[in-house]
Design a protein around this ligand. Structure first.
Ligand code: CS2
Length: 480
């Protein structure tokens, strides 16, 4: 079967949407770090819509940790198929990504960052890609940051590969300054509370450690809006590849699937020109925090709960977990009674309706969303998704019993992985596995739990939740 490529576009069946613009006219205006499934499902699709109106917002991808996206998309001229899977499914070939650079191309990464036409540097590098410490500040002890500090000390201009996104930002911004170019907007699209502000502080901290002049220039010329991004994107599997082959008639090495729902809310704080993303349904607002809080705590908090409790029950997918009546009831109660109060009233956001919508999205039978995918990187996700909510509940004097359940389920998940010798995907895997049989030792991990380890009401609730899960699974938990 012929591989998807520019030459294939004209031959796609009519029901498959394709770029509504001439790809030869596209100019890259965005450099995106982390062109994995989430970016290609979401932000790249939004820029694909924008390109039909303005060709100056093409995307150059940068993959620091792997060559696989570059290898898959290279022979396809950057094209890939996006499957929108719901009651009705739709297929769309996305043309926004012109090329993907890897750490083998440091000179080209620097050139892209320092190109006059680049106005946005965006990122989906996941929580761990920010190299933050337990307090949300740049972790100067992080191996990638130490390596980049050494690589950049003395001269910000050379082009040896760097290990961190933050390192690349500082180098790229220094190069823009040296070339007399304007600043850019740095747009974080990760599930990190206050993502833009944290990235701003981390970038300034690294720049200050290297060259105060560059730091001052960044502070004056670069903005880091907060943003909330939402669309459920299960990892690509062989079933999707086969379906895309059947629907499009072409071989696509790495198609992407997601639900049709999508939301992107961006703080209106652009340095220079703002892309007309509103044409793709993006909301610009003065304060993203309430949306971000609702999404991270309700959707992602519930996701992680379904994942760790569901895996403990031998379930495989989110839809299966939602079909497990006691687990679904527990998660709904957790969202409505324990998480929603911590989100608080938000003008323009009806939390009850939001919860109902999120739960309906979780039952989407067209998506095979593996709980094991959501269970990755628990040490990075839990603080934003559940532990902040727990802190707020304790501060407000609310009972932490139910909120302790997903934390207990995560601890049991770690203990199982340690016992069974299964691979744990988490940057702290070695430490977590080491302490997995001793929950009190796990609680001592400051970057994960912070001061919660010393909170007697939390530790009591956690001990009880561990005991309840141990004794009888979810039914007794659902009664909490
Ligand atoms: C999920 C998210 O994998 C996970 O941890 O909770 O990727 C989730 O699907 C997205 O944030 C939805 O926008």
């Amino acid at each position: 079967m012929t591989r998807l490529s520019n030459a294939a576009l004209a031959a796609l069946p009519e029901h498959v949407a394709r770029p509504g613009y001439d790809r030869a006219q596209v100019v890259p205006g965005v450099v995106h770090f982390g062109p994995g499934a989430f970016h290609r499902a979401h932000q790249a699709a939004a820029f694909d819509t924008v390109l039909a109106h303005d060709p100056r917002w093409g995307v150059t991808g940068v993959s620091l940790n792997s060559r696989s996206v570059a290898q898959a998309l290279g022979p396809q001229d950057g094209l890939y198929t996006l499957a929108l899977l719901d009651a009705e499914s739709r297929f769309r070939v996305i043309g926004a990504i012109g090329g993907v650079l890897t750490r083998d191309d440091p000179a080209r990464i620097l050139a892209a960052l320092a190109a006059p036409e680049t106005r946005i540097v965006s990122a989906t590098v996941t929580e761990k890609g920010y190299c933050l410490d337990g307090e949300g500040a740049l972790d100067f002890e992080h191996p990638a940051i130490r390596a980049d500090l050494a690589a950049l000390s003395g001269d910000l201009a050379p082009t040896a590969p760097l290990a961190s996104f933050t390192g690349w930002l500082v180098r790229g911004l220094a190069a823009r300054r040296a070339a007399g170019l304007p600043g850019v907007t740095v747009l974080s699209c990760d599930n990190v509370t206050d993502n833009g502000r944290k990235l701003e502080a981390a970038t300034l901290a690294l720049a200050r450690a290297l060259d105060p002049g560059t730091a001052a220039w960044i502070a004056d010329n670069v903005t880091f809006p907060n943003a909330m991004v939402d669309s459920i994107t299960p990892a690509t599997d062989d079933a999707l590849r086969a379906r895309v082959r059947a629907e499009t008639g072409f071989e696509d090495a790495w198609p992407i699937q997601r639900e049709s729902f999508t939301q992107w809310v961006i703080e209106d704080r652009f340095s220079g020109e703002r892309p007309p993303l509103d044409l793709a349904g993006v909301t610009f607002t003065t304060d993203v925090r309430p949306f971000e809080k609702a999404k991270l705590r309700l959707l992602n908090g519930a996701h992680s709960t379904l994942a760790y409790v569901g895996l403990g029950l031998g379930l495989e997918t989110v839809a299966e977990a939602m079909a497990h009546a006691p687990l679904a009831a527990f998660v709904e109660r957790l969202m409505r009674e324990d998480i929603a109060p911590s989100v608080g009233a938000t003008p323009g956001l009806d939390l009850d309706r939001y919860i109902t919508q999120v739960l309906a999205r979780f039952t989407n039978p067209a998506l095979r969303h593996l709980l094991s995918q959501i269970a990755w990187d628990g040490s990075q996700k839990l603080p934003y998704r559940l532990l902040d909510t727990l802190r707020d509940a304790l501060a407000a004097g609310r009972d932490p019993a139910r909120l302790a359940v997903p934390v207990a389920a995560w601890i049991r998940f770690l203990a199982r992985a340690a016992r069974e010798g299964t691979t744990l995907t988490d940057p702290l895997a070695a430490t977590l596995l080491d302490r997995a049989q001793d929950w009190r030792a796990l609680l001592e991990l400051r970057p994960v739990f912070g001061e919660l380890s010393g909170e007697a009401r939390f530790t009591r609730a956690l001990e009880r939740a561990l005991g309840t899960l141990e004794a009888g699974g979810i039914e007794p938990v659902a009664a909490l």
